[in-house]
Write a protein that binds this ligand. Structure first.
Ligand SMILES: [Zn+2]
Length: 480
């Protein structure tokens, strides 16, 4: 499963760096308390959308933070003084302790080296960050240590991006907004708390207004996004035919209300999705075809529509097995068999994202299911690991609303393969993230394992998995 790398257009340094928007191969220098830091290897510091990205090793070696790297999940963990920041390569969703935050720029991989946004990380650990645009220098200043100053904000910073946020203790159970992004015609709001967004369409001029009652911006918000001293800000939105901008503000303090406005060029419908438990993501999706806030109706006359997705295809072979068998062929074989079985079901319609060896972008797979208003989306894959011993079946979900489907599908998957049960897991895969119905991704087995590979390419196993998929779908939908 290849990750879909997505980039945000919001600008970290927008307040202080005028020519934002270009990715420049930088001659950027970084100074820590006046002493220049070096990247220390072939991979240079990069300036991506005005966010300075530095090799992870630079953080570990110069700042002395404890840095961890998980190759499987592509997760960077940075720990210092009891605070833990987790970032994932190619993903703009990160976490600070247990809070979800949205990064301006996702960590990158450059020839095996991970680059991370220096400003975000520095600020999380209390460093002061400033940018000298003339000389292209990032200045990091460590907080005073040894004194009795605990480092709590004394306000009055002249850094230009520092913002006084109403202190949490004066407010009861406020929902905290940690970050926002606009990407692929979706506004995503990361928040903590139970505020239920009120979303409405307004005309003259056309816009969508999202009010979060009993909510304010968290301290984290100002590090990822622009927030002026009056707690107003906006995202730079370009290249969207229907959207001219996104604004946000602390609209009211009595009662506390955070307002987001999506400015439109033409009236647009939308759907609203909320996922997560304490850390929540609210997604206002303008790709919705259905009318406004009415829920998508299932297919005609109670029939259910299932989209089956055979991973990869054509030039994208997916994983390559120990005896050089291609994942794309396994995926397609299972999906075709499952589709044959589903066609015999009187209450089920089935659509395949591909029924032969063709290539499709991930976004087209998700869009197909969304546009059809499918009831379920099931993507079939086979795994690969650097460790030849790795074996077993996994089922992935991304949104909370897909978890129940994942549990049911996984039960039948493990039964069908007889391989070791590697569990139902969270996975931030594009096709199960960007679809709007319950969606799962099955990793049937490991092609990097000799036993799994030969099993996966056996007719009998493929028939069992196909039948298991059908059983799972029927159980989930309550069909006999
Ligand atoms: Zn795959």
């Amino acid at each position: 499963m290849k990750k879909f790398a997505f980039m945000l257009l919001l600008m970290l340094f927008v307040l202080i760096l005028p020519e934002h928007g270009q990715a420049a191969a930088g001659n950027n220098q970084i100074f820590l308390d006046g002493k220049e830091l070096t990247a220390g290897q072939e991979v240079p510091v990069e300036n991506v959308n005005s966010s300075i990205m530095v090799p992870l090793r630079m953080i570990a070696e110069n700042l002395g933070y404890k840095v961890g790297w998980n190759q499987t999940s592509k997760t960077v963990t940075i720990e210092q003084q009891g605070k833990t920041v987790k970032l994932i390569v190619d993903q703009t969703t990160a976490s600070v302790d247990d809070k979800t935050v949205i990064l301006t720029n996702a960590p990158l991989n450059r020839s095996g080296t991970t680059l991370v946004p220096i400003r975000f990380i520095s600020e999380q650990f209390g460093l002061t960050v400033s940018w000298d645009n003339t000389q292209k220098i990032v200045n990091l200043i460590t907080p005073e240590t040894g004194g009795n100053n605990t480092g709590s904000d004394s306000g009055a910073s002249d850094g230009g991006t520092s913002v006084d946020v109403p202190p949490a203790e004066t407010t009861n159970n406020l929902t905290m907004v940690n970050g926002i992004s606009f990407n692929e015609n979706r506004l995503t709001i990361a928040m903590e708390g139970n505020a239920v967004p009120k979303v409405s369409k307004v005309s003259g001029p056309d816009r969508i207004v999202v009010d979060l009652p009993n909510a304010t911006f968290s301290d984290l918000f100002g590090t990822g996004q622009v927030l002026d001293p009056n707690l107003n800000g906006s995202l730079s939105v370009t290249d969207y035919p229907d959207v001219s901008g996104v604004r946000y503000s602390l609209y009211s303090t009595d009662p506390y209300t955070v307002r987001f406005v999506i400015d439109l060029k033409t009236p647009k419908n939308y759907s609203v999705d909320i996922s997560g438990d304490t850390s929540k993501l609210v997604v206002i999706d303008l790709n919705a075809v259905s009318t406004g806030d009415t829920a998508t109706q299932p297919g005609n006359s109670g029939r259910k529509l299932i989209v089956l997705d055979a991973g990869h295809g054509a030039k994208d072979s997916g994983a390559i097995g120990v005896t050089k068998k291609y994942e794309k062929n396994f995926n397609l074989a299972v999906v075709l068999k499952a589709a044959e079985l589903l066609k015999k079901e009187s209450n089920i319609d089935v659509v395949l994202t591909r029924s032969d060896d063709t290539f499709l972008e991930l976004k087209d797979r998700a869009a197909m299911a969304n546009n059809l208003h499918a009831d379920l989306f099931i993507s079939v894959h086979a795994n690969s690991s650097a460790s030849p011993a790795a074996t077993g079946s996994e089922t992935y979900y991304q949104r909370a609303s897909s978890k129940a489907l994942a549990s049911v599908m996984h039960k039948y998957l493990v039964q069908a393969t007889g391989l070791s049960d590697r569990g139902v897991r969270y996975g931030n895969f594009h096709v199960i993230r960007e679809t709007t119905m319950p969606a799962v991704l099955l990793e049937v087995g490991y092609l990097s394992n000799k036993g799994d590979e030969s099993l996966l390419f056996s007719e009998a196993l493929q028939n069992r998995v196909a039948a298991g998929i059908v059983s799972g779908i029927k159980e989930y939908l309550g069909l006999k």
